[in-house]
Design a protein around this ligand. Structure first.
Ligand code: ACO
Length: 326
């Protein structure tokens, strides 16, 4: 029986939109190439220097409203991000202050694109062990803060945004049924940002060497993503005695339409049952799944009782799946 369920969702994205046509003016690329290789048509981008904590706070406020809860009823805030406001304190603590969630324990979680689903398992576990009743689990990124706008291999892929869910006690059969996580540091070098940590601390040398941008072996990441996402979703289904046909709706991490289609094919899921919004947001890393969840909930895509599969993959490498009866 599920212990926790989703009581509310919210999302926030920066107003500014960067289209593929805009990118054509910045690097040697084309709308045709970007759409064919990724499915992305536009992405929301934050103004340089804007705070992730503002986006996250907006998404969290909407999720609280949706759940009918006030900020002081939140016991736990788990924020999945790799682009926090500062190195420390955690952005979750800054969000706690902005929300007025004075009774919450707050911290950040680093698992790149898989971070939101890691957050669901972490929050569920902490709620069970420590008795927290209401938790905010949030994925939020200002990924464009570490994009090299001259690198066409990566700059066309990413966007900014935040998505939040409120978890609370489950009702009957509705709730979080299963989470499965995986990591493999052997391939950390396929997708990383070398600058700013203790190995390459901020100084004139590391700035000159352009160490503050995303580095990625795109083709290798793609290959690992398809295999790991399919395997971890299969693992989650098997643990529940379910199969792909039981999934009413799949919300995959929105990195690349071709990855999404390949995963759907592995489970023989028609694309009508697969959520795709990568065309409008690009890859927003930890934010992509909760943004999609919120779009569906505020549309009519999440009728109570729907079995939702969620699956993600990111730097680390990290991967994760979750099954939720909403
Ligand atoms: N515009 C035009 N041409 C480009 C661009 C661009 N923006 N970027 C690369 N190219 C060129 C390359 O230089 C290459 O040219 P060459 O053949 O002359 O060397 C050619 O296009 C093909 O490059 P590939 O890397 O083979 O292209 P591929 O089909 O693999 O697509 C992509 C690249 C989109 C990055 C793909 O590999 C991918 O999506 N990988 C997954 C990466 C990802 O999603 N990472 C995000 C984080 S992890 C996650 O969220 C899953």
């Amino acid at each position: 029986k599920p212990q926790v369920m989703i009581l509310g969702t919210g999302r926030a994205v920066p107003e500014k939109i960067l289209t593929n046509a805009d990118l054509e003016k910045m690097v040697d690329t084309s709308d045709e190439w970007i759409v064919a290789r990724t499915g992305i048509r536009q992405r929301h981008v934050a103004e340089p220097g804007s705070a992730l904590s503002d986006l996250v706070t907006e998404a969290a406020r909407k999720a609280l409203d949706d759940a009918g809860l006030s900020a002081d009823q939140i016991d736990l805030i788990v924020l999945a991000t790799v682009t926090g406001d500062m190195k420390f304190p955690s952005t979750a603590c800054l969000v706690q202050e902005k929300l007025g969630a004075k009774n919450a324990v707050a911290f950040d979680l680093s698992a790149a694109c898989a971070g939101f689903l890691y957050g669901l398992q972490v929050a569920e576990g902490m709620m069970a062990v420590a008795g927290y009743r209401h938790a905010l689990v949030i994925g939020g990124e200002v990924l464009t803060s570490m994009v090299d706008w001259q690198d066409r291999d990566t700059c066309v892929l990413f966007g900014d945004g935040a998505g939040a869910v409120v978890l609370g006690p489950a009702e009957g059969e509705r709730g979080l049924l299963q989470t499965c996580l995986g990591s493999n540091g052997e391939h950390a070098g396929l997708l990383y940002n070398p600058g700013g940590g203790c190995v390459n601390p901020p100084n004139a040398e590391t700035v000159a060497a352009n160490l503050y941008a995303i580095r990625m072996e795109g083709r290798e990441v793609f290959r690992h993503a398809v295999v790991a996402m399919a395997d971890v979703l299969q693992q989650a289904l098997e643990k529940q005695g379910l199969s792909g046909e039981d999934i009413d709706l799949l919300i995959p991490h929105q990195a690349n339409l071709r990855i999404i289609e390949a995963v759907a094919k592995r489970f023989k899921l028609p694309m009508e049952k697969v959520c795709v919004n990568v065309d409008r947001y690009g890859n927003t890393s930890a934010a992509s799944i909760p943004i999609a969840l919120d779009e569906l909930r505020r549309g009519d895509g999440l009728q109570p009782g729907t079995l939702v599969g969620m699956v993600s993959f990111g730097a680390g490498l990290t991967w994760a799946a979750a099954l939720v009866r909403v």
